[in-house]
Design a protein around this ligand. Structure first.
Ligand SMILES: Cc1cc2nc3c(=O)[nH]c(=O)nc-3n(C[C@H](O)[C@H](O)[C@H](O)COP(=O)(O)O)c2cc1C
Length: 148
């Protein structure tokens, strides 16, 4: 079964709301979905994932240090051919999602367009997140066929 892993950092739960909506959308496609706060994340969940979504809010013009550290710990895992998404809540700038995208793309992950929500997601934003989850799930099914 295709597998999506969603890892997120969050300070005041806005990015967490996005992560949960992405999970909700992906589950409607009947794939396996693992959702983890970066503080509890296990990099061993990543190696057999077909899709990975990594989220961080913007703090001080950067992604959260915990998210950056987690990404650096993936250095010994082959990420090429996976499909990916960078997402996060922001106030006025986009360094967090841009940074996540850049790191994952440089490791060969096929990235979807970044998903950014200003401050606390409203119902329309959450619907966008659910749709992104559906897309990720559909891409992960395609990846599983291509790389098995
Ligand atoms: C100390 C602090 C620094 C922040 N720095 C930035 C920033 O550099 N760029 C930005 O777009 N938003 C910034 N924000 C706004 C947060 O990104 C925004 O509140 C976001 O919704 C937090 O998401 P979270 O609830 O997932 O932690 C900052 C907020 C705080 C409290």
């Amino acid at each position: 079964m295709p597998k999506l892993v969603i890892i997120y950092g969050t300070g005041s739960h806005n990015t967490e709301m996005m992560a949960r909506a992405i999970q909700e959308g992906a589950r409607t496609e009947g794939i396996e979905v693992v959702l983890e706060n970066v503080n509890d994340a296990n990099k061993n969940d990543i190696w057999d994932a077909d899709a990975i979504a990594v989220g961080s809010p913007n703090y001080n013009h950067a992604m959260m240090p915990t998210v950056r550290k987690f990404l650096s710990e993936l250095a010994d895992i082959d990420l090429s051919g996976k499909t990916g998404l960078a997402f996060g809540s922001y106030g006025w700038s986009f360094e967090a999602t841009e940074g996540i995208n850049e790191i994952l793309a440089s490791r060969g992950v096929e990235m979807m367009a970044d998903l950014c929500v200003k401050r606390m997601p409203g119902e329309d934003d959450l619907e966008e997140c659910r749709k992104a989850g559906v897309l990720l799930a559909r891409n992960s099914k395609r990846m599983e066929v291509l790389y098995v």
